[in-house]
Design a protein around this ligand. Structure first.
Ligand code: B12
Length: 217
């Protein structure tokens, strides 16, 4: 959090969560607009409200206390909340650096990657977000056509690790010098040692850590 930014209260989070679970997009928007008026750091909003609330939604879904339909609504609401931050994203001065942010094939969780692209944009980078389930062939073509300074890959589902590793092998073969950062909650359940075996691929745990890294790039 920067020195002059506000803090997110527990009450604000709990009311956001309740509205999210109830599927009330407008009330969610009101809570987020209040938080933004307090000049809260975007990363804190993303992690402390959006991510925390969706992790809770995941827990409720996992123990059958929330239907798949409710989870889908909560995800769609969250996606729309990101647009409330866009005025500051579009206002950021560009520094001429470019990153591609992608999810490997069969990875359908795209919100984390979207947030990563936003943090890059807020820091003046062009964040080319190719989204969920990006076929390896298309990603390689995109890298070839856009010549990015950095590739960020997001992994949420643990079972997607072999596909991610295959993708890393492919990217390394064709673009040996392209810096690569991987992240995402899948690494809570393992896979760190696999990533460590690639000397020039870095596992970055949070968007706060990512921002610290790209500031000195
Ligand atoms: C919404 C959701 C879905 C949606 C996703 C839609 C969409 N548009 O994204 C849909 C319905 C598609 C879905 C499907 C499935 N899901 Co789901 N889903 C979720 C849920 C509820 C929220 C995901 C989310 O957006 N989280 C919020 C984001 C912001 O958090 P995040 O991804 O961790 O990202 C943050 C950080 O990790 C980091 N980060 C992320 N990527 C990167 C990359 C870099 C480079 C860096 C630096 C940082 C970084 O920055 C982000 C911001 O802080 C989670 C619950 C949870 N714990 O998240 C389950 C969850 C991820 N899903 C799960 C499962 C099991 C599934 C399914 C297998 C269910 C099924 N049986 O079909 C399928 C798999 C589909 C697939 N092949 O991908 C499990 C995964 C468990 C595991 N061990 O792997 C979870 C954890 C639910 C649970 N509690 O069990 N899901």
């Amino acid at each position: 959090m920067s020195a002059d930014s506000g803090a997110i209260t527990e009450a604000a989070f709990q009311s956001y969560l309740a509205y999210l679970i109830a599927g009330d997009r407008n009330k969610c928007r009101e809570v987020v607009e209040d938080i933004l008026r307090d000049n809260v750091d975007t990363k804190d909003l993303y992690v402390g409200v959006f991510q925390r609330a969706l992790y809770r939604v995941g827990e409720l879904w996992e123990c059958n206390q929330l239907s798949v339909a409710r989870e889908h609504i909560a995800t769609a609401i969250t996606e729309s909340m990101l647009s409330l931050v866009y005025p500051s994203i579009f206002a950021a001065e560009h520094c001429g650096r470019k990153a591609i942010v992608a999810c490997a094939a069969n990875e359908y969780h795209q919100l984390g990657g979207k947030m990563v692209a936003d943090i890059l944009e807020l820091n003046g980078w062009d964040g080319l977000f190719s989204g969920a389930n990006t076929p390896a062939k298309d990603l390689l073509e995109l890298i070839n056509n856009t010549n990015p300074n950095l590739l960020c890959l997001s992994l949420s589902v643990q079972s997607g690790l072999p596909t991610l590793l295959l993708l890393l092998d492919n990217v390394r073969t064709e673009f040996p010098d392209l810096p690569i950062i991987v992240g995402g909650q899948a690494f809570r359940w393992g896979g760190r040692e696999n990533i460590a075996s690639y000397p020039d691929v870095r596992l970055v745990e949070t968007i706060h850590e990512l921002e610290r890294l790209i500031k000195d790039w």
